[in-house]
Write a protein that binds this ligand. Structure first.
Ligand code: ZN
Length: 129
């Protein structure tokens, strides 16, 4: 006789007729349409390589670790809140003063009285006399 006539297995699914992606979902093989046999007219789209292209939602944790934007010590938070609630203070000034508090916290467990006084002078001008 001649060549074996039985159809070869589909090269995409390996004769299974199905594809299991890395998340466990089963899809019908797009190449053989589930028959498991290699079809004549496959353009051989390498579908297996693109299986994970549209999975985006498993490991999203929002923004990457952001720099702290607010003090962590009680006195620092209190001071930053005072700054934030001071009317007439520009946003850039508030930002700068808040950052100063956080910088202070890097070397101190909390804001010292001296530091608080110094800061207050900057956003709350004391009347002289
Ligand atoms: Zn197949």
């Amino acid at each position: 006789m001649g060549e074996p006539t039985q159809a070869e297995s589909c090269g995409i699914c390996g004769g299974d007729g199905r594809l299991v992606n890395s998340f466990g979902s089963v899809a019908k093989c797009p190449s053989c349409h589930g028959s498991g046999r290699r079809s004549e007219d496959t353009g051989f789209h390498d579908v297996t390589k693109t299986k994970a292209s549209h999975h985006q939602n498993s490991n999203q944790r929002g923004a990457p670790a952001a720099k702290p934007t607010w003090p962590t010590s009680l006195s620092g938070i209190a001071l930053a809140t005072e700054i934030r609630d001071t009317p007439g203070l520009g946003d850039d000034v508030k930002l700068r003063l808040t950052r100063e508090i956080m910088e202070h916290e890097e070397t101190h467990p909390a804001c010292t009285q001296t530091f608080v006084k110094k800061m207050r002078k900057q956003f709350r001008p004391q009347p002289k006399g």
